[in-house]
Design a protein around this ligand. Structure first.
Ligand SMILES: C[S@@+](CC[C@H](N)C(=O)[O-])C[C@H]1O[C@@H](n2cnc3c(N)ncnc32)[C@H](O)[C@@H]1O
Ligand code: SF4
Ligand code: SF4
Length: 347
């Protein structure tokens, strides 16, 4: 399928037709956030740009066979610590991929900005904000990170680059959610995400900060009130597991996690996983063709076919299925009901 700019502006159409890849260019990072699903750097090997290109070319062949589009979310670690990040992005673009870049927003400068402006298929840059206030954000991300992230957002907006923000929510920052949502309005963020903590990697150390069902429900209700208020102006990432429980005719709620259905993750050494904090390697992009991994991995088929114990009778299953990474991180079992499912709390 040819890249068509209309898909940049029509998110519903775009998501139906788009395969999603999170490509971790590096595990290196200038920060050490307390919740990070990476452990201390484990993967020291990083593919060269030539190896990435070889793998990306194979991926593109499969995407073309499926007649789909593909968005590569360039991530890490911190993608901007890799000196050749721009050449890699340009190569992805030349191969016909859409791009997004996920960053902590602390190492932006005019040089990086100039390069970003040369990317033609860049959909957005996602900057992580783990608080609406400096103190909460920095409790999680470290000193001198909040103002830098905000000035990155302002700089990107000033230069007409779409900005997404992501808030990873848990008991240490849930009380700052409203301030975060207000802040995203003030600084005019285009796409607002709130994702639940997956206590994996370094995030295991704050495992007990995982929110209760009631807390998740309350947080989702608050986000929904903002989504309704700003409908048509801002996008809130509500097409995710559990959201269907808040049934609402005005907004687009609920959706399966794309991992193993419509997306995959690639690590700096080419290892492939359904999603980073699941921790299950299903192949390597230079040892197996992408096509082979997708169709022959037992684990990917299990994710697609195995029901989740406790979800059997749920009529939301097609638009939910829960977050199996959270089930695994908390209970060592992928195929059980999402531990934060608040269905029983809905009257
Ligand atoms: C791993 S980071 C990589 C990009 C960049 N370094 C950053 O912080 O945005 C991508 C996103 O994953 C989120 N994340 C990290 N650890 C997580 C966890 N244990 N559970 C859920 N999300 C997590 C981060 O907060 C960030 O928004
Ligand atoms: S969340 Fe991002 S910025 Fe924080 S330690 Fe992990 S990779 Fe680095
Ligand atoms: S029972 Fe399972 S499918 Fe139904 S809402 Fe809960 S987690 Fe989702």
């Amino acid at each position: 399928m040819k890249l068509n700019k209309k898909y940049l502006d029509d998110p519903r159409e775009y998501s139906k037709k788009t395969f999603r890849v999170q490509w971790h260019l590096t595990e290196r990072c200038n920060l050490k956030c307390i919740h990070c699903y990476q452990d201390e750097i484990q993967i020291k090997e990083e593919f060269s740009i030539a190896e990435i290109q070889k793998a990306a070319t194979m991926l593109k062949k499969t995407i073309d066979k499926w007649n789909m589009l593909c968005e590569i979310s360039v991530t890490g670690g911190e993608p901007f610590v890799r000196k050749d990040w721009f050449e890699i992005c340009k190569m992805f673009e030349d191969l016909g991929f859409f791009l997004s870049i996920l960053t902590n927003g602390t190492i932006m400068d005019e040089g990086i900005l100039k390069k970003l402006k040369q990317l033609k298929n860049l959909k957005y840059i996602q900057v992580s904000l783990d608080g609406g206030t400096k103190s909460v954000h920095e409790k999680i991300r470290g000193l001198n990170t909040f103002e830098k992230a905000l000035s990155t957002i302002r700089l990107l907006k000033k230069n007409n680059i779409r900005v997404a923000t992501k808030f990873t929510i848990h008991k240490l920052n849930q009380y700052d959610l409203k301030t975060y949502l207000d802040l995203t309005e003030n600084i005019d963020v285009d796409l607002i995400s709130v994702a639940r903590l997956i206590p994996w990697g370094m995030g295991r150390q704050i495992r007990e900060m995982t929110m209760s069902k009631e807390e998740v429900k309350q947080a989702f209700e608050l986000i929904l009130s903002y989504a309704k208020k700003n409908a048509g102006q801002k996008l809130y990432n509500t097409r995710r597991p559990l959201w269907c429980l808040l049934k609402d005719s005005d907004t687009d709620l609920g959706g399966r996690c794309v991992a193993a259905y419509n997306g995959l993750t690639i690590l700096p050494n080419g290892d492939v996983l359904p999603c980073r904090p699941m921790g299950v390697i299903v192949g390597n992009v230079l040892k197996n063709t992408f096509f082979e991994i997708w169709y022959t991995s037992d684990f990917l088929w299990k994710v697609r076919n195995m029901s989740r114990e406790g979800c059997e009778k749920c009529n939301n299953y097609d638009v939910c299925g829960g977050c199996i990474a959270i089930s695994h991180a908390l209970h060592d079992d992928f195929f059980i009901k999402d531990p934060q499912c608040f269905k029983e709390l809905i009257k």
